[in-house]
Design a protein around this ligand. Structure first.
Ligand SMILES: [Ca+2]
Length: 277
């Protein structure tokens, strides 16, 4: 089976379940192209139905799909009779293979989290942290080492090693007095990442962003609206002071990192100071 881009459109992600290990298989492709930022792709197959999830949201499904377990598993390409084809032109990180069909909620729970390697049902785990060489180690303990390109020799199909921002998650802090000046601090965001700071009077909804490139990211805010657009520094951190009126005291804030769609903890602008007696 493969996760790769469409042969016809390199911006469209597709999931392939093979029946003969050589390009004969069933393909479903997402509605939404991926360009310019990280997306989490997951394909599941339960022996009949294949499903493709983008950022933890079900995007496409197809029933009645046959499968041959002797087929290859590829990431970013498909294996045909005459070698690998349909190469993905982009960046890949954190490849996981499971022997169980994970639910939408389970898929979402580990999108921005590295795994230990001994999680129940984890069959293969390639962190792609080597940074050089032709081999990628399997951190699941199953011993399924992978190679770059077609073989472990240098060849034209080999991808290049680059730094990844896939697992960075912003942390948010809010301190100060309200009404007055509050200091909004962030750390751990993607390098020079564009971040959206959302606000809401209410928490606890675990609301999913419904639209845009980060649709599927789960928020802790109800009915969020824009508070500020921020660009992190090269370290992925920033500290900004904002004058806050009494009407904004107590509102909740949460950051979404536009580079990888990770969301921060929920912060809160301090409650209005009680007047002295
Ligand atoms: Ca190679």
């Amino acid at each position: 089976m493969s996760l790769r881009t469409s042969v016809d459109d390199p911006t469209v992600p597709c999931y392939v379940v093979d029946i003969a290990g050589c390009g004969n298989g069933t393909e479903i492709c997402a509605d939404t192209p991926i360009e310019g930022s990280w997306r989490h792709l997951a394909g599941t197959y339960d022996g009949d139905t294949m499903r493709l999830f983008v950022n933890g949201l079900l995007d496409r499904e197809l029933a009645g799909v046959p499968f041959d377990a002797s087929s290859w598993m590829t990431a970013g390409a498909t294996t045909f009779f005459n070698g690998n084809q349909a190469f993905y032109t982009g960046v890949i990180d954190e490849i996981r293979l499971w022997s169980v069909v994970r639910s939408e909620e389970e898929i979402r729970s580990t999108i921005h989290a590295g795994l230990v390697g001994d999680e129940p049902g984890l069959l293969g785990y390639w962190t792609l942290d080597e940074g050089s060489g032709q081999q990628v180690g399997d951190s699941s303990g199953s011993g399924f080492a992978g190679v770059l390109g077609e073989t472990d020799a240098a060849e034209s199909s080999d991808p290049s090693w680059v730094e990844s921002q896939a697992l960075r998650v912003p942390a948010l802090s809010v301190v100060g007095e309200c009404p007055g000046t509050v200091t909004i601090g962030l750390s751990g965001a993607s390098s020079s990442g564009r971040l959206v700071l959302l606000k809401s009077p209410t928490t606890g909804g675990a609301r999913i962003l419904p639209r845009g490139p980060c649709a599927g990211s789960v928020l802790g805010l109800e009915a969020p609206s824009l508070f500020a657009a921020i660009v992190a520094d090269a370290d992925g951190s920033l500290s900004i002071d904002r004058a806050v009126p009494a009407g904004a005291c107590g509102i909740y804030l949460q950051l979404v990192d536009g580079t990888n769609c990770a969301v921060s903890n929920v912060g809160q602008i301090p409650l209005e100071a009680t007047p002295g007696e």
